[in-house]
Design a protein around this ligand. Structure first.
Ligand SMILES: CC(C)(COP(=O)(O)OP(=O)(O)OC[C@H]1O[C@@H](n2cnc3c(N)ncnc32)[C@H](O)[C@@H]1OP(=O)(O)O)[C@@H](O)C(=O)NCCC(=O)NCCS
Length: 308
């Protein structure tokens, strides 16, 4: 079908993505929340990798590249089904219509390859309305925080590093957490709490903090020193990642979690970390309220079911 808009959608290659990568870099390089690893060179490398290994299209108008959409093919993305994941840096467009045309071609190709889901991350503030019009729903939010030294208070909250000897103390808490995350409305896949907790406590790349209220353990938090959650360009070697935090339900909403973040800030400063990163399911109301209070929401991931 001949279009009147003179936009042509073609397969992405090194050449037709190059100027758009520069535009993306210029548009975001002042973003104070991006980490040091956000460089033009690294961006170009990522896009070239996607050109070679992922699915990617470029919109051309009057011989000029005006938008790109690329993504990684993932065997099980959500709901145990195949999908494509487009990180924030893999999407650039001059206007909504360009993105619409890119999506149109993208879905056609996904259908051909029987890929059922598309997940896309946009930096905030982003144009959620347009994605909602196209049938996307918000699924995951990423948060970033720059720790600062907090002075000691007379708070009754403290945190202590746990080890494998704390397994029994932590197990019920961990079970409550898994139960919470796998129930309505979140429905994350239920995992084996015993096995998972043992693995975490034995993993040298992770730290588990017991959170105490008046010397009673009422919560825990799992910290990942190497693999922080969230987008690639929001973390670096000085980032601590928060992988899961839970306060026993009887103790929630009493500022224990907030005080824990202050203590964690102090831990970061004392141990040379200058950034904390977290992600959470947007439908987790408690997490949304809690993390948005103390973290900058850096990116949002949306998902659309294309169909079989
Ligand atoms: C998220 C969680 C760790 C927060 O810890 P907490 O000790 O309850 O949090 P705080 O009491 O410090 O509250 C901090 C903010 O969270 C929000 N919040 C906490 N509980 C809330 C509730 N029941 N309803 C509405 N907002 C709530 C509020 O915005 C509150 O700020 P405010 O008191 O200034 O209004 C805790 O609620 C929890 O364990 N939830 C279940 C597991 C989970 O979702 N973990 C996070 C995902 S990994």
């Amino acid at each position: 079908m001949k279009r009147l808009d003179n936009i042509e959608i073609v397969k992405a290659n090194y050449e037709n993505t190059k100027t758009l990568v520069s535009k993306y870099y210029i548009a975001h390089k002042q973003d104070k929340f991006l980490a040091k690893n956000f460089t033009h060179e690294s961006l170009l490398k990522d896009i070239n990798y996607l050109v070679d290994n992922g699915l990617g299209f470029v919109a051309i108008q009057n011989n000029i590249s005006v938008g790109y959409l690329l993504g990684y093919k993932i065997k099980t993305l959500f709901f145990n089904e195949s999908g494509i994941y487009s990180p924030d840096f893999a999407v650039y467009y001059d206007n909504d219509y360009v993105l619409y045309r890119l999506f149109e071609e993208y879905y056609r190709e996904m259908k051909n390859e029987s890929i059922t889901h598309h997940a896309i991350t946009l930096l905030t503030p982003s144009q959620d309305d347009f994605l909602v019009q196209l049938g996307y729903g918000l699924r995951v939010m990423d948060g970033v925080r720059f720790p600062h030294k907090n002075s000691p208070t007379d708070s009754l909250v403290s945190m202590i590093k746990a080890d494998i000897c704390d397994y029994n103390i932590l197990l019920n808490l961990y079970k409550e957490h898994i139960q919470y995350m796998s129930s309505s409305p979140i429905f994350l896949e239920e995992t084996n709490p015993e096995l998972e907790l043992t693995d975490i406590l034995n993993d040298n790349d992770k730290i588990v903090f017991k959170i105490l209220y008046m010397l009673e353990v009422v919560g825990f938090s799992v910290i990942d020193k190497l693999h922080a959650p969230g987008g690639k360009y929001f973390k670096d070697s000085e980032t601590l990642g928060i992988k899961g935090t839970h306060i026993l339900s009887n103790f929630q909403n009493k500022q224990i979690g907030s005080r824990y973040i202050e203590l964690l800030d102090n831990y970061c400063i004392e141990n040379g970390y200058n950034r904390l990163a977290v992600d959470f399911e947007s439908m987790n109301y408690l997490a949304l309220k809690f993390w948005s209070k103390t973290f900058h929401i850096s990116a949002k991931t949306y998902i659309k079911y294309i169909g079989k």
